[in-house]
Design a protein. Structure first.
Lengths: 175, 175
């Protein structure tokens, strides 16, 4: 199963035009909620992200993930020495990549990063969407969705509202 | 007060590329809910829409509105004879148009149609957003939001979930 877990603005952006995420932290969160992030991560076997997201998160200290990370990249040839146990570079056709990752025993995959999510959606490879909508029109930025030929119906599973006005909706692809 | 009340797909479209709205009726609605439409219309004084939306709704028989409709258009010179009491053409700067409509006693305005909503948002003239999200990725279509210079924060008021997976969220602009 391939899952998306992401926050977006009312106008559908996941980041500012310069990949900025600071706006995500401008909403009141008095009870310091993680909005269900750890609960989600607990049921994830591994992450799949693009080169761009990897470059951003690999600058974090400490490394933010306890689960294995697969980086989809044709250009990246090796990972930093400290991350060789946690990170693996994968390349090629996405369906084949997913099969290869599944064969290694990683079945529930957290698909992250705009371009990677879009590539999965275009191949109808996203099974679950968990979208947290924040009450702001950003005006411009990196969109979660870009035009694609394929229309995909989902089933609404649940919606939760958090302090600060975050509305988290959980969808599963209709079979 | 200027309000938006509209349905969108997960990927933010309000219609297919050819203005199609049939997809809106492909979700189960066993209790024949109007999703709060009449409750909303009851507190609206008038509608403001663009020429394109007017051309679509003016083909409906019977005419679907009981409230006055203002059509924002430079090209439309007169309304069909049967609609002269219900419809008025307005033109010019949007802020001035809104003031003129308000002076006629119409204070709560339902702003409809993609281009008209976008024009109001770009001038920061939308006070309320009521967005009903349907569980489908359309892939392509007419977007509700287009890029704009202005970032606008809203307050989340309420979210309701309806059968068929429609998630309706109500936002008011932060003062």
């Amino acid at each position: 199963m391939n899952s998306v877990y992401i926050a977006i603005s009312l106008d559908g952006y996941i980041a500012t035009p310069e990949d900025g995420l600071e706006w995500l932290n401008t909403f009141p969160n008095p009870s310091d909620s993680d909005y269900g992030y750890h609960e989600f991560m607990d049921r994830v076997d591994a992450l799949v992200m693009g080169r761009k997201t990897f470059d951003i998160v690999s600058a974090f200290d400490p490394w933010p993930y306890t689960k294995k990370v697969f980086v989809l990249s044709r250009s990246l040839k090796e990972v930093p020495a400290v991350l060789v146990d946690q990170v693996e570079i994968v390349t090629g056709d996405i369906s084949a990549v997913v099969k290869k990752i599944n064969r290694q025993g990683y079945n529930t995959l957290y698909i992250d990063g705009g371009q990677t999510i879009q590539a999965f959606l275009k191949k109808n490879l996203i099974d679950e969407l968990i979208i947290s909508k924040l009450p702001i029109i950003l005006g411009e930025g990196i969109p979660l969705f870009t035009p694609q030929d394929l229309s995909i119906k989902f089933e609404h599973c649940s919606t939760e509202v958090f302090e600060g006005g975050l509305v988290k909706s959980h969808y599963k692809k209709l079979k």
